[in-house]
Design a protein around this ligand. Sequence first.
Ligand SMILES: Nc1ncnc2c1ncn2[C@@H]1O[C@H](COP(=O)(O)OP(=O)(O)O)[C@@H](O)[C@H]1O
Ligand SMILES: [Mg+2]
Length: 285
Amino acid sequence: MENGEHNNQTADGNGNGIIVIKNLTKKFGDNIVLDNISLSIEKGKTTVVIGPSGCGKTVLIKNFIVLLRPSSGEIYFKNKRIDNLPERELNTIRIHYGFLFQGGALFDSLSVAENIMFPIRQHYNTTDWGHVEDVIKTKLAMVGLDGFQNYYPANLSGGQKKRVALARAIALNPEVILYDEPTTGLDPIRADIINELVLKLQRELGATTVVVTHDMTSAYKIADRIIMLHNGKIIADGDAEHIRNHPHPVVQQFITGQVSEDDLAVLRASGSVAKAQFLPRDFKE
Ligand SMILES: Nc1ncnc2c1ncn2[C@@H]1O[C@H](COP(=O)(O)OP(=O)(O)O)[C@@H](O)[C@H]1O
Ligand SMILES: [Mg+2]
């Protein structure tokens, strides 16, 4: 790989990754978002994917669960190739995943309990409502919201909504949890509550965790491994220390929150942007 970055893959196959990506390219028309990426996600670890807005982080994790299909390349879950499976069979794969997508939308017309029940009803034909109630209670307790069963999303704060969405994401005891920008839009204290929850759930459920973020405070706090995407490639891959000391100027610019000279030139040419007026972290989706 470029820049000597490791990717945990053995020469002969999938290594010990629970999710393995081989030569993944994803294009939309002429826009090559992911360019021949290979990656192995280690079971039980927390992997954080960083990079500026629009670099393909969401597209990457959607490919993990084949919500988007690769333009070319292969996706494996526990050594089973899944990118070519029909939608019906994918549901039996996705049951092993919990995901918290950007926006983390709860159903506004459903109570907290009904929101958490949703994936259970979707996947199982259960009539054991006592058991379902226990599951809801346990999951809400894990995110610190037991007692909120009968609230509606409209009566919850932004941070509480994220935590309910998290309780819903773990309703089926997933082996893998995917978080897309879980701290975006939260103030630092609420963001840190989410960081703590990510760590706690990873410990308590032993789930393999993948977090997409452009929040470096969060990345350093929760990651066993940080991967940075740039121009469709993985340009950095390693632990927090490795990333902090990474020689690539794009990595340094990103983690220290500086706009590159190229970006500034474009911005200055297009109008009235003064030096250091805003930082990459100010860009919100
Ligand atoms: N469904 C889609 N159709 C066309 N282009 C898309 C689609 N989804 C994402 N893209 C493009 O892929 C690129 C990466 O998007 P995304 O993964 O959402 O970025 P990030 O999550 O890193 O902010 C962007 O240029 C975006 O416009
Ligand atoms: Mg995104």
